[in-house]
Design a protein around this ligand. Sequence first.
Ligand code: PGA
Length: 258
Amino acid sequence: MARRPMMAANWKMNKTVTEAQNYTAALLPRAADAEGVDVAVFVPFTCLHEVGRMAEDSSVIAGAQNFYYEDSGAFTGEISVPMLEDVGARAVLVGHSERREVFGENDALVARKTKRAVEAGLLPVVCVGETKEERDAGGMWEKVSGQVRRVLEELGELGGGDIVFAYEPIWAIGTGDTATPEDAQDAIGRIRELLREERGGDFADGVRILYGGSVKPANVAEIMAQDDVDGALVGGASLEVDSFVQLVEGAGNSGEDA
Ligand code: PGA
């Protein structure tokens, strides 16, 4: 089954509202020209209202980088799904390794958030990946499969093509140290096999799995050329609109469009 590629920008803790406006204004017409690829931008909460408004009638998916699974109440500092929907978010990152490693999010919380997003029809991009120590000790698959399994358990019967996974080896994030295309394919192919065992072929063949970790215009083509890689989640190289557009164009040309 041909899956539609996705190129996703993760701005992390970067950009003021004015910077976000300038970026989005430049991105929208160029993303409209990119055929056969979904373009998403995961922006800070403070920019989301504005990016969501600007992207409303466009093909660009405005997304948040985090949220909490309760709808309202005494959760100081948190943002809920209805709040995200209210400002035009259509997707959300869940369990980015910086949330897990810096802010202590565990597999149970990540799974619960994923379920809440799926129930609400907000596209979750669920991030999984191992540390350098785990990989060097031969524990990559134990870590990654455990993260994926925990999400599937929580979803129960929910979830179809309305979930995206992102394999992001932590040692490759922001380090310039990209996984080889073969490493990316190996992990992502194994995630797809796990989805097949747990949920059957239709589910496994329909779910998009992105690679993330130091993706840039110079290496996007070889990563996208891998059979099971359906796109990329990009931090550093997404901060400049020209560089992100080059990545979008690289994904659109990968020949995987539906
Ligand atoms: P990077 O970040 O592209 O800067 O390595 C990727 C990510 O954290 O999603």
